[in-house]
Design a protein around this ligand. Structure first.
Ligand code: NDP
Length: 329
């Protein structure tokens, strides 16, 4: 395993990490979660990602039960939660001081830990003053309940605003952002955030590196029965795969498969290694519904040396997806 600094913080996270969206509860029960987390940990993974909204808290409960069973030394791993969607009541959602505090306490209870290493604002909340959110995150850190705070799917401008407010009032600024990043979704990580890496030392914990499985090639011959798009509640994802845009991605996955064959790695591992080739990616959060998938994905960094400039250029031609110009703020 390789370790990278989370932005300009002192924390070193494994380049490959493990998350539980969709999978824990719906596809992965406690015994399998224990096996998967142990497999990841044995491979050097030291970051496990979660959120209050995943399976309405059940994902954190499973991870917490697994952590208890595994009884790893607390100083050998990091675990996260994200707050935004905690329930239907007005007090249970968004980024108010009230909800962030309740969400943090609930995550600590479910994950059975004394502190969260990483705590994310899962989405921006235009209805809460940014100072309230930054001050609350800063307070949770001062209270010892959180070590680093960050954002997820915020714009460059929103992150910069949080940073500026923190600097203005002597508060703790965000350390990391959790954006989607994969061969099909690149603009934020490659363009919008470009100045943030150098100017505020932003780290990134990137999600859906395989575009929900499209970049494994498993959808190239139709939708397999046992895949996340057939789970109850994921019809929106299936519709996306069946749309014109989804079909175009599947066609590209077919073409990328030929390059993967040429370099002698699976398309899955070539796609994950492609994410790792970006030095502004601090960690790639892997998702897996089966132990065998995780075992394969944990070998992804072996494909990194095969991604020569020539191979990257070939991939680029297929993606034909030049990043947009940077956002001004
Ligand atoms: P991926 O894009 O890597 O998709 C993972 C899914 O792809 C698996 O569950 C599995 O689905 C399929 N898959 C993975 N590996 C293989 C393989 N080797 N062979 C065949 N199929 C495979 O990542 P996720 O979308 O799961 O995202 C990863 C993590 O990122 C999440 O767990 C979560 O922690 C985080 N995340 C954060 C978000 C945010 O808003 N901040 C949003 C989404 C995710 P199946 O078997 O069901 O087909």
């Amino acid at each position: 395993m390789e370790y990278r600094h989370l932005g300009n913080s002192g924390l070193k996270v494994s380049t490959l990490s493990f998350g539980s969206w969709v999978t824990f509860k719906a596809q992965v029960d406690l015994p399998l979660a224990v096996k998967m987390m142990q497999t990841a940990y044995d491979a050097g993974v030291n970051f496990f990602d979660n959120a209050e909204v995943y399976a309405n808290g059940a994902s954190e409960e499973i991870m917490g039960d697994a952590l208890k069973k595994l009884s790893w030394s607390r100083d050998s791993f990091t675990v996260s939660s994200k707050a935004f969607w905690g329930g239907q009541l007005p007090t249970q959602k968004g980024l108010s001081r009230k909800h962030l505090t309740d969400a943090c306490h609930a995550a600590l209870r479910r994950l059975k830990v004394d502190y969260l290493d990483l705590f994310f604002c899962h989405r921006p909340d235009e209805s809460t003053p940014i100072e309230e959110t930054v001050r609350t995150m800063s307070d949770l850190i001062h209270q010892g309940k959180v070590l680093y705070w960050g954002t997820s799917e915020w714009t460059a401008q929103q992150i910069m605003e949080a940073y500026s407010v923190a600097r203005q009032y002597g508060l703790i600024p965000p350390t990391m952002e959790q954006p989607e990043y994969n061969m099909f979704r690149r603009d934020k990580v490659e363009s919008d955030f470009r100045r943030l890496y150098t100017e505020i030392g932003l780290g990134t914990t990137i999600w859906s590196p395989l575009a929900s499985g499209l970049l494994t090639g498993k959808y190239n011959r139709g939708i397999p029965k046992a895949s996340r798009v057939n789970l109850p509640g994921y019809g929106w994802l299936k519709q996306g795969f069946e749309s014109e845009e989804g079909q175009e991605k599947i066609r590209k996955a077919g073409a990328l498969q030929l390059i993967a064959d040429e370099i002698g790695h699976s398309l899955t591992n070539m796609s994950l290694a492609w994410c790792a080739a970006n030095p502004n990616v601090s960690t790639i959060i892997l998702g897996a519904s089966k132990l065998s998938q995780l075992e394969e994905n944990l070998k992804a960094l072996e494909a990194l040396p095969a991604l020569t400039a020539e191979v990257m250029e070939k991939i680029e031609l297929i993606l034909d997806n030049k990043p947009a110009p940077p956002v001004q703020f």
